[in-house]
Ligand binder design. Structure first.
Ligand code: HEC
Length: 343
């Protein structure tokens, strides 16, 4: 907006005025020393007084644009300076010396704080209040497993290869199959004998030609809990009860957008009511392969905290067990959809 930095400009003007003041002061001192008298002298005194006052004001208030750590002047005190108790402060009014009162016995904490245990009211704190098991309460297995961007590390699908050695010796005593993990060296092989004879199983070096490789893929746990915690199944009273509970909760909270089948979609293909009315981001298809391959903890995280355009449901589905039940039911929907990516 300005061609010149306004701070710099004003400070230039101030410096010029102060320099003029200094000159006038020197001139006044010189003139008084040389014995000047009369009208000139009174002008000089007047200007000196003006400039010195101005200099003193600038000296105290400073140049423009300068920061200061000093406490500001309050001619009328702000409200924050009124007399009050700060949290955890001390009070001489109450007999126990605390400024805050304890909650009424039996108060249910909103945020997981066990006030009663904090106050030493009971010896064994309720684990639900303390949320002592992060796997169950947050779906997080290893909170430190984060990518360079600070986002939870992607689940790692690890493929292991196992060699199976086959060898038959039809007229002798050899036959049989032995699974050979490629890492076991041949000298560690086991050759069981039965009644003094070799009966077959033998660890075969992988390099020998008859080895067949079996590939298996599994999900290595990183940030999210891989499998639904057993606590959830236990508390629900078994898988059947858990799934039933999950169905109720899913139909109540999720089906409105994702449809009772979980297939979501937008426009013509919309299964859920919101999708039908045109969201900018259509509700995801929760039975799609890319959701099937997510760890259970990640689904729990999506239900609790939301994801992208989807809001979190942690505050609505308040019971942790209900959220795990939803995860279990989503898995059932995926299975029912017929092409499970993970068996
Ligand atoms: C208000 C509508 C709405 C409701 C209700 C809703 N979702 Fe969603 N959900 C969405 C939308 C929209 C997306 C796509 C978000 C995106 O990609 O930005 C989504 C995405 C998802 C995803 C995919 C997340 C991913 O990793 O890409 C899952 C899983 C999911 N929802 C599960 C659920 C479950 C379980 C519930 C019930 C607790 C639920 N949603 C309730 C709108 C909803």
């Amino acid at each position: 907006m300005y061609g010149v930095d306004p701070n710099l400009f004003m400070n230039g003007v101030l410096a010029a005025v102060l320099a003029t003041g200094a000159l006038v002061l020197v001139a006044t001192v010189l003139a008084a020393w040389l014995g000047c008298r009369g009208r000139v002298m009174s002008y000089l005194y007047m200007f000196t007084a003006l400039f010195v006052t101005f200099g003193a004001v600038v000296g105290v208030l400073g140049f423009r644009g300068r920061g200061s750590d000093a406490r500001p002047w309050h001619l009328f005190l702000d409200m924050k300076y009124q007399a009050k108790y700060t949290s955890q402060g001390q009070s001489r009014y109450f007999a126990d010396g605390r400024s805050s009162r304890l909650p009424v016995e039996g108060t249910v904490p909103f945020d997981g704080t066990d006030y009663a245990a904090d106050a030493g009211r009971h010896a064994a704190p309720n684990p639900d209040f303390l949320k002592a098991d992060p796997r169950y309460y947050t779906g997080v297995a290893n909170a430190a497993a984060k990518g360079p961007d600070g986002a939870p590390a992607k689940p790692a699908w690890v493929t292991t290869e196992t060699a199976v050695a086959l060898r038959f010796k039809p007229h002798g005593h050899w036959f049989g199959v032995r699974v050979v993990p490629p890492t076991i060296p041949p000298e560690k092989s086991v050759e069981p004998r039965l009644r003094g004879r070799w009966v077959g199983a033998r660890v075969w070096p992988v390099k020998q030609s008859a080895a067949v490789t079996v590939r298996s893929t599994k999900l290595n746990e990183t940030y999210w809990v891989n499998n639904l915690p057993p606590t959830a199944v236990e508390r629900a009273g078994g898988w059947e009860a858990l799934l039933k509970r999950g169905q109720t909760q899913f139909d109540r909270h999720c089906a409105v957008c994702h449809g009772a089948s979980g297939r979501g979609g937008g426009g013509e293909l919309a299964y859920g009511i919101v999708g039908a009315y045109g969201l900018s981001v259509p509700p995801a298809n929760v039975v799609a392969p890319e959701i099937q391959t997510q760890p259970d903890g990640q689904l729990f995280g999506t239900v609790t905290n939301g994801k992208g355009a989807m809001p979190g449901y942690g505050h609505k589905v308040r019971d942790v067990l209900d959220r795990w039940a939803i995860v279990a039911y989503v898995r059932e929907l995926q299975f029912a959809y017929g092409t499970p990516a993970v068996k």
